[in-house]
Each structure stands twice: as C-alpha cells, then as structure tokens.
Design a protein around this ligand. Structure first.
Ligand SMILES: CC(C)(COP(=O)(O)OP(=O)(O)OC[C@H]1O[C@@H](n2cnc3c(N)ncnc32)[C@H](O)[C@@H]1OP(=O)(O)O)[C@@H](O)C(=O)NCCC(=O)NCCS
Length: 130
C-alpha cells in the first residue's frame, strides 16, 4: 500500500481549497506551518460561524499534528466537521490534505482539534443555540 492510500478518506466537509505559493515557504523551502495553520483556522471559522449563525473566535487548538510537508504548487484542501457543540463552544475536527503538484496523489498533511466560541458584538461568549 502506498503512503497516500494509508490515509483513508478525509473526514468532514471540504471547506477551503487554495494553492501553496512561493511566498509562503520557510527556510527549508517547504511551506511554513503557520500558513497551513492559518488556512485551517479560516476553514474552522467558516464552519463554526455557520453552525453558531454569527461571530466566533478561536479559543484553543489541540492535538495539532504536522504529518507531512506541504510543497509549493500543492493544492491545499481543508476539511472540517463539527464534532461537539457545548453551551457557547464548538469542537471542530480539521484535516488538511494536499494534491501533490496540483494533480498528484492526495495525502493528509495536518490535523487538529479546534475549539471555537460563539461571541456577541462585544466579544463575550454567547449561547450557540438560542
Ligand atoms: C473566546 C473568549 C471570548 C472566551 O472567553 P472566556 O472568558 O474564556 O469564556 P468562558 O470561560 O465562559 O468559556 C467559554 C467556552 O469556551 C470554553 N473554553 C474556554 N477556554 C477553553 C480552552 N482553552 N479549551 C477548550 N475550551 C475552552 C469553555 O469551556 C466554554 O465552553 P461551553 O460554554 O461550551 O461550556 C475569550 O477567551 C477570548 O476573547 N479569547 C481570544 C479569542 C481570539 O482572539 N482568538 C483569535 C486568536 S488570535
């Protein structure tokens, strides 16, 4: 079995697709982990904001795992799923996958559990379901 096949299928809804660009590389020539994390945060915010019907803020990122590097020219695909809904918080499972060099093998590069909190206009926590 090749390494991409071992990953199985992505979990969650395809929420964001973008291209890894030369401006986002680190000193090793791979894509900077902070850029990948920021794409995951954006995707999580879309899903959490939709579930909470309004503003949300990231309060925690747990179990962040960088599995493989991302290269310039890879298509980054972010999958997100609401795993838990609390009173004001939501747990969102987020996976980042790439299509190597736009068209190549699909493989998982990063995963994490994000926690978002629904907030009101003043930035205070508000119930997700009212
Ligand atoms: C999000 C924020 C408004 C929450 O305020 P708070 O005073 O921590 O609120 P609470 O203690 O009432 O917690 C709110 C919810 O978040 C959860 N929570 C708080 N801190 C958490 C943590 N570190 N991990 C997981 N859940 C957390 C609580 O369990 C609670 O969930 P529930 O209502 O579903 O039971 C506040 O922490 C904040 O503004 N943080 C900065 C957010 C931000 O700027 N994010 C972008 C990063 S650059």
């Amino acid at each position: 079995m090749d390494e991409a096949a071992q990953d199985g299928a992505p979990v969650g809804e395809l929420t964001l697709r973008t291209l890894a660009m030369p401006a986002d590389v680190n000193v090793n020539g791979d894509i900077f982990g902070g850029w990948v994390l920021s794409q995951m945060d954006i995707a999580g915010g879309i899903v959490a904001g939709s579930r909470a019907r309004g503003r949300v803020a990231t309060v925690a990122i747990d179990a962040m795992k960088f599995i493989r590097p991302v290269h310039v020219g890879d298509v980054l695909c972010i999958y997100a799923r609401v795993e838990r809904v609390g009173r004001t918080s939501m747990g969102i499972k987020i996976e980042a996958w790439v299509l190597r060099d736009r068209l190549g093998a699909r493989m998982k590069v990063t995963e994490a559990n994000f926690t978002f909190v629904a907030i009101d206009q003043a930035g205070r926590p508000r119930p997700v379901d009212v």
